[in-house]
Design a protein. Structure first.
Length: 135
């Protein structure tokens, strides 16, 4: 992961079509029309606007400064990297029982342009958003 630039080898601001031609990435499913794309294995999902990547989400193998983020305690992430939390939202997921549960979304606009999703105080998803670039 490179703050404000890329996640899982996919770069913000690039056309989604550039990944359909590469051997190391395969778009396996389009969802919600032409806006959401899931890559091989389902570990990476991408949201586009007019065909340009503006959000990248990953649930496995996210590294930053040689530290694996998925599974890390959120407080360790904040303290070890000396970060400021811009916001924290509590989200209740309305899935079929027994899968209903609460997750927390932490936002780190500066210097990362990032949202971190947590469950049971551990990181489960990393989301890089170009929408934070203007803030």
């Amino acid at each position: 992961f490179i703050p404000r630039e890329s996640l899982g080898g996919i770069k913000l601001g690039e056309p989604i079509d550039s990944y359909s031609k590469r051997n190391d990435y395969e778009i396996v499913e389009e969802s919600c029309g032409e806006d959401w794309y899931y890559f091989k294995g389902g570990d990476i999902s991408v949201f586009t606007s007019d065909g340009i990547i503006d959000t990248i989400a990953c649930v496995h193998d996210v590294m930053w400064n040689n530290v694996p983020l998925i599974g890390m305690k959120i407080l360790d992430f904040i303290n070890n990297f000396q970060l400021h939390v811009d916001s924290c939202e509590r989200l209740y997921l309305y899935e079929a029982p027994p899968n209903r549960h609460t997750q927390y979304m932490y936002t780190f606009i500066e210097p990362l342009g990032l949202c971190i999703w947590c469950w049971r105080k551990r990181i489960i998803k990393v989301v890089l958003c170009s929408g934070f670039m203007d803030e």
